[in-house]
Design a protein around this ligand. Structure first.
Ligand SMILES: [Ca+2]
Length: 98
């Protein structure tokens, strides 16, 4: 008989809760959105990608869903998100309408 023994070598590490802000206000990525933290532009700072089908996303209310890109223009310890753009493919916005 084979017995699998799972050994937890390390404990997951979670930092304290941190509220992201967008243009100085608490960030609201919209209904049903899926934010993802990633260094999208390779500058060493954590950016945010948000996939959303929300046609009225607080980030870009005039865009009917899509993948939004918020570059971090702050520092590693103090991220700053002040602009948002829709990601494009072949020159066209990547949309995900509801
Ligand atoms: Ca970055």
């Amino acid at each position: 008989m084979f017995t699998l023994i799972l050994v937890l070598l390390s404990q997951p590490l979670f930092g304290p809760f941190e509220q992201f802000t967008f243009m100085g206000e608490p960030m609201d990525t919209g209904l049903g959105s899926a934010p993802c933290l990633v260094d999208w532009n390779g500058d060493g700072l954590t950016d945010i990608l948000v996939g959303t089908r929300d046609p009225y996303s607080p980030l870009l209310p005039d865009v009917d869903g899509g993948i939004f890109y918020l570059p971090n223009t702050g520092t590693p310890d103090t991220p700053l998100y002040e602009t948002v753009a829709v990601l494009e493919a072949d020159g066209a916005p990547i949309t995900h309408s509801s």
